[in-house]
Design a protein around this ligand. Structure first.
Ligand code: NAD
Ligand code: TDX
Length: 351
């Protein structure tokens, strides 16, 4: 039995990774370490919570003493690190929370792993899950982010993720820890917290509330279905080469305004509304400060070297996502009651 520590497993992407590993690898014991911040939700893992190869551990990666205890209790064969503060808008209002978890939390985790693996650092893997935002913002339509693109983070969120990537590389260079990093584009799919574009819009369409599109909606993102990201993480963990970086993306670029229109059409169909009804809710609001214009990942390396490719067409993934939200209304209602309301009002009142 191998013990794998996955951090942030109660969040959006982490929960899909935990589910994939628990179901696919009965000879792995998966420890899911999560602080259950506003973004963590154990309901994301209801279907696997009683599996014998799964254990949930509530804990904060900012707490170095807690990590020391955890690593004293269990020997981990590998770490897949996803725990993070993940929302750009929140990083604009509270950058320090991003420094704490994304930078200091990551260094705490690296230290705990280094301490445990000290005599055999080459036998264990520290895998850091990161973002395409570390590369900055593209302005030339011909350009794509490659693994060799210099880092140029523009938001407090991306600066914190870039910093944590640098620390992971520094631990490999300095202490000879085995590490890999992957940088992925925008994920979408079931269980995404409704502060992010698509679930926020789905929720507002259901409630007939305005759909706040930042600026003119001209910003471009590359979208990937979350389960395809989880499949890529599985491949990188098992077949990625020590010290390498893998870019993961869908070759699926959309302007925000176009993706919101597409979503409106799908929602009209699903809710039995007249075509064009949901799109009437689109409202252009004040732009995000320092809003990155375009992200576009070139995922050729992971496709050629590890044989990964996205499994879903975008329209199919979008329909699956909408179906999931409409049939899991309790999940959405639970999350959007209480604290979410005050977040939403504060975030959007000023726009
Ligand atoms: P999320 O916000 O949905 O989940 C983050 C999880 O981390 C939550 O369960 C939260 O409780 C936990 N967490 C936060 N702070 C913690 C702490 N101090 N200690 C322990 N646990 C803590 O995020 P997500 O969208 O699932 O992103 C997961 C990872 O993937 C992040 O590292 C993010 O940077 C990266 N990523 C996300 C995307 C995307 O489109 N969402 C794309 C590329 C990379
Ligand atoms: O209400 C909104 N209106 C709007 O126009 C929201 C929430 C977003 N937007 C725009 C901003 C972005 O251009 O939509 C785009 C997507 O926004 P987010 O869902 O906040 O994602 P983004 O800022 O692109 O970052 C995401 O992708 C990379 C994730 O949140 C990160 O965790 C990941 O690393």
């Amino acid at each position: 039995m191998k013990n794998i520590l996955i951090t942030g497993g109660a969040g959006f992407i982490g929960s899909h990774v935990v589910r994939l590993f628990v179901n696919k690898y009965p000879d792995y014991h998966i420890y899911n370490l999560d602080a259950l911040t506003y973004a963590g939700n154990l309901a994301n893992l209801d279907d696997i919570k009683d599996k014998s190869n799964y254990t949930f551990v509530k804990g904060d990666i900012n707490d170095a003493a807690f990590l020391t205890d955890l690593f004293a209790q269990h020997r981990f064969d590998g770490v897949i690190h996803l725990a993070a503060e993940s929302h750009v808008d929140r990083s604009i209002t509270n950058p320090l929370a991003f420094v704490m978890t994304n930078v200091i939390g990551t260094v705490n985790l690296l230290n705990a792993a280094k301490q445990q693996w000290k005599d055999e650092l080459d036998k264990h893997l520290f895998y850091h899950v990161s973002t395409d935002e570390v590369y900055g913002s593209l302005h030339n339509p011909e350009d794509f982010f490659l693994e060799t693109t210099p880092y140029d983070p523009q938001s407090p969120y991306s600066a914190s993720k870039a910093s944590s990537d640098h620390f992971v590389r520094a631990y490999r260079n300095t202490y000879k820890m085995r590490t890999v990093i992957s940088n992925c584009s925008n994920n979408y799919g079931p269980n995404q917290f409704p502060e992010k574009l698509l679930p926020l819009m789905i929720h507002n369409i259901q409630k007939n509330k305005p759909l706040p599109v930042y600026g003119k909606g001209e910003n471009v993102r590359d979208w990937l279905f979350v389960i395809d990201h989880a499949r890529a993480i599985d491949m990188v963990y098992h077949e990625g080469k020590d010290g390498e970086t893998y870019n993961i993306g869908g070759f699926n670029e959309w302007k925000n305004i176009d993706i919101v229109h597409l979503l409106c059409r799908v929602m009209d169909k699903k809710l039995g509304r007249a075509e064009g009804e949901s799109a009437k809710l689109i409202t252009f609001v004040k732009d995000r400060a320092g809003h990155d214009l375009r992200y576009a990942i070139d995922a050729t390396k992971i496709m050629n070297e590890l044989g990964w490719k996205p499994s879903l067409q975008f329209e199919e993934g979008m329909e699956k996502t909408v179906d999931w939200y409409l049939s899991n209304n309790d999940w959405l209602e639970n999350i959007t009651s209480g604290v979410y309301q005050s977040y939403y009002e504060k975030q959007y009142a000023e726009r």
